[in-house]
Structures are given as C-alpha cells and as structure tokens.
Design a protein around this ligand. Sequence first.
Ligand code: FAD
Length: 431
Amino acid sequence: MVTVIGAGLAGCEAAWQCAERGVPVTLTDMKPLRRSPAHRTDRFAELVCSNSLRGDRLENAAGLLKEELRRLGSLILRCADATRVPAGGALAVDREAFSAAVDAAVRNHPRITVETRIAERIPRESFVIAATGPLTGGALAEDLSRLLGRESLYFYDASAPLIAADSVDMRFAYESARYGRGGADYINCPMDKESFLAFCKELAEAREAPVHGFLDKHVFEGCMPVEVLARRGADTLRFSAMRPVGLRDPATGKGAYAVLQLRRDNAAGTVYNMVGFQTHLAFPEQKRVFSMIPALREAEFLQYGVMHRNSYVDSPRCLDDTYKVTAESEICLRLAGQITGVEGYIESTASGYCAGLFTAMEAAGQAVTPFPRETAVGALAAYIANPANDPFRPTKIHFGLLPPLPEQQAVRDKQEKCRRLSARALERIMR
Ligand SMILES: Cc1cc2nc3c(=O)[nH]c(=O)nc-3n(C[C@H](O)[C@H](O)[C@H](O)COP(=O)(O)OP(=O)(O)OC[C@H]3O[C@@H](n4cnc5c(N)ncnc54)[C@H](O)[C@@H]3O)c2cc1C
C-alpha cells in the first residue's frame, strides 16, 4: 500500500502510476475541506494559473519532456491531449475539462482510494509520496522540515488575469499565431510606440498588492511579474511578455511595436488569459493599467492575477535522483511536484511520474534505476539531486540540463542540435 498526499498534477500522476502497476494507493487531499490560496476549485489536478503546458515541438525541451511522458503512459498527458484547445505550437488545455478528466480517472481507478483530510504529518508508514505543492504550509510543512532536517526555501510566483472574450475590442486586435504556426489561435493586441511607452511607465509605477516578505529579488526569473519586467525597462517588456516578432496584422500586413497575446482558456473560447502577464498589482490597478491596451479598454476581468510564496526543499541535500528522501528513516518517502524544486506543470508531472513508478517498483521488491541523464525526465531528476547545485534554484526543463551530443554528432544549427538531443532522448526513454 502506498500513501500519496496531495492530488495536484504530481500526486495524481504518482497515484496513477502506482495503481496501474498493481499497487493499492490511498490518495489524500484536503479539498474540499480547505483550499490553498491559489486553488479555486474542488477538483484534483487544478491548473492554478496559465492553461498552457508550453511548447509541443521536439525542438523545444518542454515538447520533449511531454513526448517522453506520453510514451511512458502519463495520465496527465493523456488528459491534456484529450482536452487541448488551439494554441499554435503549444499544448494548451480547457482547464475545467482537463482537471475533470484527471479527477474522474483517479477517483474511478479500482486501486485508488481517495481520502479527504488535511494532512498534518507525514505518516510513518512503509511507502509514502508527499506532493502537496509549492503552497505546503502549517503543521505538515513543519513535520517535513523535521524529517528532512532543514527549513524549506522559497520564491514568489504570480498568476495572470483572465478576460471575457466578448469584452475584447476586436477593432484593435486580430487573431493569428506567432510565425503563422497553427491556426488563428491567439488574439493579438498590438500597441504603437507612443502608447506602449506610456503603458510601460504606468505599469512600472502602479501600486502593488501587499505580499508579506516579497522583494523583487525573490521572484523566479522564468515567471517574472509583468510590472517587474516594466521596471527593468520598456525593452525588457518588449522582448519578453509583449514580444512583437512573428506577428503581423493580416488586414494590414504590418507588425506592431509591442503586442499582448491572449490565449484561449476554455474550449468554448469564451475566456482568454493574458499570456505572460502574471502580476501582483492591486486589483483596481490591474484594471486601470491593463485597460490602457487599446483592445482591452472595455475588458471584463473574470479573474485578477495574484502572487504567492512558493516553498521548495533543498533537494540536492535531501533527495536522490529517484526523488527519494535520503535522510535516515524507516519509511520509504519520496517527494514529488513543485515542492522538489522542479518548476512548472509538466516538470511537476514528470517528478510525479518518477516518484510513482519508483515507489511501485520498490513496493514490489524490484531494484530501482533512475532514467538515463540523456532523457528530459532523467536530466530533471539528476539536476534536483546534484549536490553541486548550491545554492539550489528551481528549474524548468531546458536542453542545458541534458549532456551535450558526442563530438561526431555536434552541429552548429541550434534547431538541428535540439532535434538531435530529442531524438537521442526518445531512443533511450523506453529502454
Ligand atoms: C500562483 C502560482 C502560479 C503558477 N503558474 C504556473 C503556470 O502558469 N505554469 C506552470 O507551468 N506552472 C505554474 N505554477 C507552478 C506549478 O507548476 C504549479 O504550482 C503546479 O500546480 C505544481 O503541481 P503540484 O502537484 O506540485 O502541486 P499542486 O498542484 O499545488 O497540488 C498540491 C495538492 O496538494 C493538496 N494539499 C496541500 N496541502 C495539503 C495538506 N496539508 N493535506 C492534504 N492535501 C494538501 C492541495 O489541495 C493540492 O490539491 C504556478 C504556481 C503558483 C503557486
């Protein structure tokens, strides 16, 4: 019997992998008794911010990680593929349909028993997986610190607003995907130089919602609040969240100085999210400043962006490359998800997959061997367990985590290099 605590992306994947290998699982989650500050529904596997699982091409490390997970039989990837919405080269999902699919799959699995409870300590049982996410707090966080013998680390992360599609003024917007990849999947909201610079100034000076202990230096570089980008300079914003390259208005054939993209958030196309616009401005300020974008003058904000403190453990000093806690203990405890310092939905899923698979193998008395370093799943696990990462920083998957190609296969062309790294990974993943 395996106990999995936390039915987010990592916990559901871990529970599913154990159950599919014949091991009975108790999956404990506190919903609906309590919700973390970022969770808004009572369903399992809730996407707390963006509905995108990022790029889906093999020239992209996130695309490789997803393809590996697909081939390995990931529940999360199966449900994501089944509920995808058009998003150019990315895998984006209808968030409600996605979590409903995962929720139903785990609840209906004959070997998974769902338990509704606020866990306050790690059970001292034989096989446990803790996947309570970046907002793990209270008594459970203290118990985990005691078991690991160290305090958790943290950074701050924000979410982006959601907008009613019919409130976007399409006289100032057009539909298309960047570089014409996919169909007309995004609503693009262009700005000319003058209005963009005025917008950027207001954004940089706008009032933030108070968040205890927050300083700009504590944000995760890969998920920077848009106002922090604006404070770093107009060009920083224009080369990141409001990047205009690859976008031309089909009516005029013209590009713009800066562009906000809106991505479909549900299959019906009634809700869109502001891509890359994670923010922790006060709510009235979000409305005031974002409404300076011409297409959003009358926008209806269905949900505002918020910021949270994310906790993660010092994995290189606590976990091995199978996500197992290394501290002396009678229990076989693995951690999974964002709490291990992997950053992002699919990275959390990958760690959940590994924790579930390896725990099931141990429960069956089998020897456990980590995935090869040449695979994205294996490279991520190797990174979080590498003691040289001191201080430890959370990471998304990227090709720099994989060992380089042997000299005879090395190429200068970046796209080709990524394709070759992906081909090598996919060849090794199923071995
Ligand atoms: C505000 C915010 C925005 C984010 N935005 C993105 C994004 O846009 N894209 C992206 O890729 N990643 C994003 N992330 C990062 C990360 O991918 C998500 O946090 C992801 O949901 C992590 O998955 P998880 O399974 O580790 O944890 P979670 O999805 O948080 O799941 C944890 C589960 O554990 C349960 N739980 C917690 N404590 C207890 C307890 N004591 N007892 C019982 N149950 C408990 C919770 O109810 C929840 O169901 C964001 C994170 C935050 C906080």
